[in-house]
Design a protein. Sequence first.
Length: 255
Amino acid sequence: MSREHGPVDQGRLLTALGSEGRVLAEAVRAGPVEAPVPACPGWSLGEVARHVGSLYRMVRRRLADGRNPEDWQRDPEPGQSLPEFLVTGLAELLDELAAHDPEERADTWWPADPTYGFWRRRMLHETMVHRVDVEQAAGADTRGVPEDLAIDGIDEALTLWFGRKLPMLGLTGTKAGSVGVRAGAHSWIARAGPEITEAWRCSDEEAEAADDVVSAEPGRLYLWLWGRASLTSVTVRGVHDQAAQLWALLRLATR
């Protein structure tokens, strides 16, 4: 049975991962490694680069070994620059992902999707969000997020991190209610409270009937959900309580 990973084709996700990873490496090359990262308090640009390069290697090992590895390369080799650390780790991960059908079974941290496709999507958005981090830390103009990838990332933030990761962590909201999320022609509902945390794709009409409705163009909404854009960068209709709770819960889910 074919598994639906998200609204974007798996080939597009893999190609975009390669492109975003290379742009990230170039941004690291151009920026001061000690620059603080606004969205990651306590982290520098260099630490973000080490984090992503390490994740590339961890995921590749996890895929190759079929289990979460106990050890993997976390820092550049002596004489290896941070951009080189990123590029070599990315190349190894891309080779591993490309060698397997996205529906093929793989070890993941989400039991509902134990496939290679999970990691294509997950590592693309890990890379893209941190590419924005590096650009913001360096004071460079942010390239933005392509609309189709932004829609996919909004879907992942809501249906995976909000709807799945929070329950896995045992975290809930304090006030029951719902948020309609709208970007372009796509809509979602995120519902939270002491008893339930869930999110799903929905019709525009269902989204509009929620307690709060958050809307923006896809790239801006993507960055807002991931904590990389200000609270005022989206439009909120309603009393704002549920929208604020959604944003705060996502910070807990993705930290």
